[in-house]
Design a protein around this ligand. Structure first.
Ligand code: GDP
Ligand code: MG
Length: 207
């Protein structure tokens, strides 16, 4: 019997880094210089035949407008199981914003860990505990955060790349708890599939 999994994945990062372009490229195989700023929250769906018994319905959640303020409402984060955190390789400020976005993500998806513990309990790995201990654990938790992949987008713009100024992304991404990182181009279709597949693999391996 085939099972179906619905995965809500967030695409976050500063205005203009290419979030909408990445989603359009991945889902519709198109690229345009001119996307009107999405207003509010929008999502695109891609159906993946993951393996012989699993169909993944991947929801990619775009944001617009709100990314100006660098933090999103909890409603947007609710039930998310993964994220693509994007910066623009030609603009340093968007790289500096990465940690703010990662922090926002980790602090607003605490119910991710709550859900994980719920599942563990169902599997009988955890005994029942007084609720106050669980809430303490959420507060103190340095457990596994919601899986996130770091995307250095617009890698086609080599000339203007910040690369020499950036820390080594391999070390940076490990240090800050990303499950992977990729140099991507929505324009040239570089590594978009690879980055998203990496994220989905990671999500499927823990769920
Ligand atoms: P968002 O605000 O993060 O959703 O960014 P958009 O997807 O609207 O992209 C902002 C601008 O960057 C648009 O003009 C895009 O055409 C352009 N852009 C997005 N991705 C790439 C890329 O990989 N390479 C280049 N050269 N331009 C890109
Ligand atoms: Mg957009």
């Amino acid at each position: 019997m085939q099972q179906e999994r619905l995965l809500k994945v967030l695409v976050i990062g500063d205005l203009g880094v290419g979030k909408t372009s990445i989603i359009k490229r991945y889902v519709h195989q198109v690229f345009s210089q001119h996307y009107r700023a999405t207003i509010g929250v929008d999502f695109a769906l891609k159906v993946l035949h993951w393996d012989h018994k699993t169909v993944v319905r991947l929801q990619l959640w775009d944001i617009a407008g709100q990314e100006r303020y660098g933090n999103m409402t909890r409603v947007y984060y609710r039930e998310a199981v993964g994220a693509l955190v994007v910066f623009d390789m030609t603009r340093l400020s968007t790289f500096q914003a990465i940690l703010k976005w990662k922090g926002d993500l980790d602090s607003k998806v605490p119910d991710f860990q709550e859900r994980e513990r719920e599942r563990e309990r169902e599997r009988g790995h955890l005994g029942s505990r007084p609720p106050f201990i669980d809430s303490m654990q959420v507060a103190l938790s340095n457990g596994r955060p919601v899986p996130a992949v770091l995307l250095a987008n617009k890698c086609d713009q080599r000339r203007n790349s910040l690369c020499p100024k950036l820390p080594k992304l391999e070390n940076f991404s490990k240090e800050y708890g990303f499950v992977g990182w990729y140099e991507t181009s929505a324009k040239d279709n570089t590594n978009i599939d690879a980055a998203i597949t990496c994220l989905v693999k990671n999500i499927m391996s823990v769920e």
